[in-house]
Write a protein that binds this ligand. Sequence first.
Ligand code: XIL
Length: 378
Amino acid sequence: MLIASRGLSRRAALTGAASVVATAATLPCQLQAREPLRAADTLGSLGAAKGLLVGASFAMHETEKPYGARYRELYLREMRSLTTELELKMPTVRPSRDIIEFAPADQSFDFASKHGLPVRGHTLVWNDNVPQWIKSLSTLDAGYHMDAHIETVLERFRGRAYAWDVVNEPIAPWDRLPGNLRAGPYLAAYGEDYIARSFRLARHFDPAAKLVLNEAFTETADDLGQAFRASFLNLVRRLKDRGAPIDAIGLQCHLKSGKPYDFPRFCAFVEQLAVLDFDIHITELDVDDSAYPRDLTARDLRVAALYRDFLTAVLPIPAVKVLTFWQLADHTSWLYYSDVEKRPSAERRPRPLPFDQNFIRKPAWSAIADALRAMPPR
Ligand code: XIL
């Protein structure tokens, strides 16, 4: 299928001449529910009891594995929301200039809507995850295709995702650019305005969805974490001043065993974002356990402790409305897959998530459940 040019309507959106009135999305009903605690508590039900939407990234290809049925059951039992892990990324949707591939995303949305699970759409614009063919375009053409991609995806799925990660990972201090902005074809095409532009387009094409600016690496207590927090906060303030229609800030929170943390300091940063009147979504929580002891019991306890410390600190912040894990079971984690690739014959594999390779709850599950039980209601 070829992309049709809709330059006029996009232009209307960008100049503010759009006829669509931007409205904040209504929260999915899970966010408003108050459930009594039951013996059969799940992470999803414990969150819902406090007004917190709990979900996880979901990868369609996992449902085709021998354990696919148990994978699906786990999500249906434990979760109240899904994030598309790969299906909506530009390399999947636009593998080449002339192809639009919506089949995997269609399947994800169909699975979610069949079971009443609200979807977080991930992600529309990401300078670090660009199909090869975009990289060979002129900056003008790359900018055109950024706009066209937002329009094409949102025309297809309008009203079906309750939230979109509109722009992912705008900061990358190692690129050494002004504002510590991440380099890439969309920054090259529009400068910093690629971000506000993406949000305006997203608001125009999916006016009811919550629009999220998602960032990584803001959690650690080292210099890199500090650079990310300062640069990201400055960027968010500039975007707010320019009236970019951002509803929520997404913080990925891929925690790492080898890194220093100071969660009160991280929470002060979250509060600074919340004061600007944004909801906060924890979007990709997991724990890289590679620096923890080899012994499995000790390792699992350390992972659980990091989840507990992090969530006990951050969940009391009222602006935190969404908690999303990056997958749920260890062997479906991106950390597991990359470990298999890097160390094909290793005996030990990463155990970053609340469920093991048999979909059984681990100490991390109990630590997360305790933090959910202890948090104040929204
Ligand atoms: C990862 C997926 O989990 C992998 O399967 C894929 O190969 C690469 O992307 N930050 C993000 C996510 O915003 O999209 C990334 O997901 C993990 C880091």
